[in-house]
Design a protein around this ligand. Structure first.
Ligand SMILES: Nc1nc2c(ncn2[C@@H]2O[C@H](COP(=O)(O)OP(=O)(O)OP(=O)(O)O)[C@@H](O)[C@H]2O)c(=O)[nH]1
Ligand SMILES: [Mg+2]
Length: 306
């Protein structure tokens, strides 16, 4: 199946939740209060979030007044372009120029951090980069074991700490080893931390300080991994993490098992941090660079056009 076909398939649930949009367009409805209310309901039901939905509607209503539009198909045509521009941000690709480029991966339990690291490692190895995986999740031995499997599979170097040891000390050792061995990319896996536990956020800050001191620069990327199936929760997690630490990008996983793909628009709008990668399945090839145009096309393309 083509690259786009796979994306389109994965977004089937989310596309279904937005199917009403196409109906609103083809009905060529007058732009009365009932129409605007229905459009807003669809957006909120599709997990855009209330404030983002309102912002989009305000923009559309202003455009309708300016252009003297009278029918719903005119508005919906514009709507898709608006969603794309909400999702289009500068710096949406990974920054890997530093050597080593240190990528710190954070997020709450089970969102897909370790899997994302494994897939990225494979991809970097294919590009002939040398990679080191650092298991800074010292709470669970199984977490480091899981990362070790990915290291072996991808041909990456691997470093873990003793169970229960200070995660920042593992980060320190990892960067020292990476510098000594001339590694291109260091991927740091962290414990799934609950954003309400301040001590865990403090620990994250400490790791950042160690990275900055030892590598001479802040992490090349601090990526927050959120689970797309959690909808609005993903947005509130992203806001909390962004307050604790400067995020450079978001990874939204599990878009293949949710109807809440609209949450990407809410995240991009609320945080002003680019979505850099999306997960659309458990396979190696299912972690993709995020592309606003392809995402919007896959999200809205009517079923019959497949
Ligand atoms: N369907 C689907 N499953 C995914 C995706 N990304 C990750 N998963 C699955 O989600 C589960 C959790 O992934 P992990 O990578 O272990 O998550 P984690 O954030 O490292 O979890 P903790 O270390 O426990 O905090 C695994 O079963 C993954 O295979 C995705 O894009 N789609
Ligand atoms: Mg993990």
């Amino acid at each position: 199946m083509s690259w786009f076909g796979k994306l389109r398939d994965a977004l089937g649930g989310s596309r279904q939740s937005l199917a009403e949009i196409e109906t609103l367009a083809t009905a060529r409805r007058p732009l009365d209060r009932a129409f605007w209310n229905e459009l807003e309901e669809v957006l909120i039901a599709a997990d855009f979030g209330v404030s983002t939905a309102e912002k989009i509607l305000d923009g559309l209503q202003a455009a309708a007044r300016r252009n003297l539009w009278t029918r719903s198909d005119q508005v919906i045509g514009r709507f898709k372009r608006d969603v794309e521009s909400f999702l289009t941000m500068p710096e949406s690709t990974l920054r890997l120029e530093a050597r080593p480029a240190v990528l710190l991966i954070v997020g709450v339990n089970g969102t897909g951090k370790t899997t994302t690291i494994g897939k990225l490692a494979q991809d970097f190895r294919t590009q002939q980069k040398s990679v080191m995986l650092v298991a800074a999740d010292t709470f669970r031995a199984a977490a480091a074991d899981q990362l070790a499997v990915w290291a072996q599979r991808s041909g990456s170097e691997f470093l873990r700490g003793r169970e229960g040891s200070d995660p920042s000390a593992v980060v320190y050792d990892g960067i020292a080893a990476a510098k000594a061995r001339g590694i291109d990319v260091v991927l740091i896996d962290t414990a799934g931390r609950l954003q309400t536990k301040t001590n865990l956020m403090e620990e994250l800050k400490k790791m950042r300080r160690v990275i900055e001191r030892e590598s001479g620069a802040p992490p090349a990327e601090t990526l927050l991994v959120v689970d797309g199936t959690t909808g609005q929760n993903a947005i509130s997690q992203a806001m909390l993490f962004n307050e604790a630490t400067a995020l450079t990008g978001i990874v939204v996983t599990k878009l293949d098992s949710t109807a809440k793909g609209g949450v990407l628009v809410g995240i991009a709008d609320t945080l002003n941090v680019p979505v850099k990668l999306i997960g659309i399945g458990e396979g190696i090839e299912d972690l993709r660079p995020f592309e606003a145009r392809a995402f919007v096309d896959a999200l809205f393309e009517p079923e019959t056009a497949a």
